[in-house]
Design a protein. Sequence first.
Length: 320
Amino acid sequence: MPASLRRHLWQRSKAMRQVLLWCAGNPWLAAHVPRWGFVRRAVGRFMPGEDFDSALKAAVEFKSKGIGAVFTRLGENIIDLGEAAAVVEHYESVLDAAKAAGVSPEISVKPTQLGLDIDAAAALANLNRLADAASRAKGFMWIDMEGSAYTDATLDLYTKVRWKHSEVGVCLQAYLHRTAKDVGRLSQTSAAIRLVKGAYAEPADRAFTAKRDVDANYLALAVLMLTELKRGKLRLVLGTHDVKLVRWIAQFGMALGLEHEQIEVAMLYGIRTGELARLAAEGHRVVDLIAYGSAWYPWYVRRLAERPANVLFVARQMLG
């Protein structure tokens, strides 16, 4: 492909991503778009249903393929602590139900879904309560990372929760310039890190904006963490659908003497499931992040922005 055409396609893709991320944060669109039938049909690609029962059914089916599951109820930036308490109670029931179904009880939660915008102390109490529930269920809790305005607060919450609970991890975003420093700090505390590329709209002074730069930083961060993984300093989960990148990282890991099962991979429901099953067959520990819930609009549009070609899928739903 000529270099000029590659530049043109990259520029169009970048522009589409910026438009989609704007749409994800637009209140009017958030209130109206979820009512559109073709959008509701299209979102089914990325989630098995709006209720937890649908998510649990999908997790049971994945188990037969050697694929684990992480459950996440969609929603963020709540403005009522009573709603946060309801979220905590919901996740407690999720952990119990997953354990009863023979599925590894693993959840992923957003701090702003637990009250961070209202009261950081309340959010911490809610996270500790869920960490206790995960421990009782012999499960695991991930703390999701949101926009960069929340990075410091989220890492502070994680550090405090991790002090009391070992089965807790945090998500870090490779597109942020600061992440290498965060990895260095967390690796001193026997952390568990799920490394993703990043899906929020961020300015160029905080984040890499070109895909090639994000990919390069992801690879560098992962290789850095493989060394700490080898030393027993942290647990690393590669949260990416980029199988080529996963295989590069796995090759570095093998060169360091790591086993395939130590190179963990997480992907989103509905994306490259066949590749995830192949990685499981090769010996990697793999999980599918299964999202559900009615508050799916901003999350769904960010999924489209990760790969603007997904918009073609939505267009097909319009014509279907």
